[in-house]
Design a protein around this ligand. Sequence first.
Ligand code: PEP
Length: 249
Amino acid sequence: MARRKYIVGNWKMNGLLAALGEAAAIFAAAKDHAGVDVALCPPFTLIRPMIAAVPGAAVGGQDCHAAASGAFTGSVAAPMLADIGATLTIVGHSERREGFGESDADVQAKAEAALGAGLDVILCVGEPREVRESGEAVDYVLAQIAGSLPADFDAARLAIAYEPIWAIGTGLVPTVGDVAAMHGAIRAKLAEQAGEGAARTMRILYGGSVNGDNAAELLGAGDVDGALVGGASLTAVKFVPIIAAGAAL
Ligand code: PEP
């Protein structure tokens, strides 16, 4: 069965209650593109209000703790996300791997906790600029997958997001050829690690400066099943063209 395109917005630490109108406009427009799955990952504070404003919408976290509860001031556990109606979470975003020192093992534990709580997972990987320039990007990313993919999981509930760090929020994007080559290498690695069936089922998203102008080309690249979008997901006027580009493929 063909994999459905998956377009996910990561609002990062942006958005007050006043931004809920944008979410409502995004999910309303997404209904016109029924062949595409659309989700938004706002800050924790907006998850519940967004679900209340748009019942049935796929709304998720940007991170979760690996433990179900405990003395972890400021953290949010996967069962807490599920409890308020979230249906997914991002784990392993480079802004957490780099900014908060998260290791592959940490990311794996978070992914397992999220799946265990009933959440779908978007597991992020991606290389820094110096690794891309040294020609080691594929090896680097495959090692991240080796270290952070859960041991056992339902392939329909776990997507990989390939996000070259140097492309996030910079306006720089890899060539379509480089994106296709990386996604192909990731799928081959998934087949080796999780089996052919899982690799055929799993969606691999591209993330890094996706916008309405480049979405069609990036989403059309080989083995690209969707996009994880930061800046351009904050408003309907910027995000809906990306959803439409996914639907047109
Ligand atoms: C991201 O935050 O995951 C991201 C890809 O950001 P941007 O689209 O702004 O580059």
